[in-house]
Each structure stands twice: as C-alpha cells, then as structure tokens.
Design a binder for this molecule. Structure first.
Ligand SMILES: Nc1ncnc2c1ncn2[C@@H]1O[C@H](COP(=O)(O)OP(=O)(O)O)[C@@H](O)[C@H]1O
Ligand SMILES: [Mg+2]
Length: 225
C-alpha cells in the first residue's frame, strides 16, 4: 500500500539544516495498525504529512498504491488524498459553527458524487461512534472525547484506505483515550489501515506494529502477534 525508499526531508533553520527525515525506508501493508513513537522533533509529524500528501520529500521515493507520488499533479494529489486518506489530529480541527453531522459531511463537498445517501452515511457513522444523540450538536456542546469521535467520523466519511492520526489522544484524558483506542482497534479489525503517532506507550500498545523514530530515522520497527 505504502512504500518509501530513502525518503528525506530537510529544513533550513538559520545556518543549520535539520534532517527531519533521513533516508526513511518504510512499507505499510493493507490492514496494518502502526504506532509511531519517538522524542519530540524526531520527524513523526513530517512523516505523517508526507504520507498524507500534505508535504513533499526533498529526496527519495514514495509509492502509494503503486503510484509514484512525485509524478502526480496537484489535481491528482488532492483527489487521491480526499478519496483514500483520512486525517485525525490532536486538536480535532472541527468547524465551530457547524453541527456534528455537517462537520462529518464536510469532506463530501469536495467529492463529485455526493448524494443524499451520504447524509445517511454521516448519520450512520455518528451512530456507530456512539454519537447518535449528538448529531445536531455543535463542537462546543460536546466533550473532548465526543469531538474527537466526530473528527474520526469525518475522517471515515469517504471510506479512506488509510487513516492517519497525529497524536489523536494528545488532548484527551486516559479513560477517553482508551475509548478512542478501542474504536481504532475495532476499525482495524474491520480492515481499516491505521498509522498513528503517539507519545504514550499505553496508547501505542493498541497497535499491531510499533515504529520508533529518532533524529529522522527509523530506529526500531517491530510487529507483535
Ligand atoms: N516547517 C518547518 N520548518 C522548519 N523546521 C521544521 C518544520 N517542520 C518540522 N521541522 C523540524 O523538523 C524536525 C522534525 O519535526 P517533526 O516532524 O514535527 O517532529 P515530531 O512530530 O516528531 O515532534 C524538528 O527538528 C522540527 O523542528
Ligand atoms: Mg509532531
């Protein structure tokens, strides 16, 4: 599904060059559930951003479902990103004026074949995530865990092949974090490929595979059975 070869991303900061990603080779297969850990500044977000087409590598190759990402134009990139990749962020990124349902439906505005059926799908997703009675609520009427579940429903509305989550429990208490991880586990058992960044060992323990990064490199990559 994902193959990177010697992926590099550098940033110039003053007179120095930061190697945010330093020759990263990574393979992710369909159905994987991967946790990425590592100290602050080790390149976790940079990796997620590049895998999600939000940033571009300086060197190396990235193939996504057999497509050489560097060869795609902007229209193709945004189409594939919208159709195949769902994003969940630490700070939810919900629009405050929209209801839970309208937030969930937001990505459909950009897809050409949105139908009335999609509204049912939005409601269904919210119900599945335990928010059936919060459909018309606005973000400020919801708890942190409920907001993140709305954000997860939004990330799933286009049935993405890949779910990318950068510290999805970073703003949640431990009980709510466990709930969200229970949900990720369930999604993964249903076949959802998930790549998430986390600081917490207990959160990472929910994944099937653990990648540890340091100084822009993959230090360890272990799969438990
Ligand atoms: N837009 C940017 N401009 C300059 N430096 C950046 C930028 N994004 C990331 N970096 C640097 O790249 C390194 C990796 O950052 P990041 O991927 O955000 O790490 P992590 O998510 O593991 O904390 C850090 O040293 C960071 O300061
Ligand atoms: Mg980060």
């Amino acid at each position: 599904m994902i193959t990177t070869t010697k992926l590099c991303r550098r940033f110039r900061v003053g007179d120095t060059t930061v190697h945010a990603l330093d020759h990263v080779d990574l393979d992710i297969g369909e159905g994987d559930f991967v946790a990425v850990m590592g100290p602050s500044g080790s390149g976790k977000s940079t990796l997620m951003n590049i895998l999600g087409f939000l940033d571009t590598p300086d060197d190396g190759r990235y193939r996504f479902f057999g497509e050489e990402v560097a060869e795609l134009d902007d229209t193709q990139l945004s189409r594939i990103r919208n159709e195949k990749i769902g994003f969940v962020f630490q700070s939810f990124h919900l629009l405050p004026r929209l209801t839970a349902l309208d937030n969930v439906m937001l990505p459909l505005r950009y897809s050409i074949d949105a139908t009335a059926h999609d509204q049912d799908r939005g409601v269904e997703l919210l119900e599945r995530l335990g928010l059936g009675d919060r459909i018309g609520h606005r973000p400020n009427q919801l708890s942190g865990g409920q907001r993140q579940r709305v954000a997860i429903a939004r990330s799933l509305i286009n049935a993405p092949r890949l779910l990318l989550a950068d510290e999805p429990t970073g703003n949640l208490d431990s009980r709510t974090s466990e709930e969200i991880m229970g949900l990720f586990g369930e999604l993964n058992r249903d076949g959802q490929t998930i790549l998430m960044v986390t600081h917490e060992e207990e959160i990472a323990a929910h994944a099937k595979r653990l990648i540890r990064m340091r100084d822009g490199k993959i230090e360890h990559d272990t799969t438990h059975h």
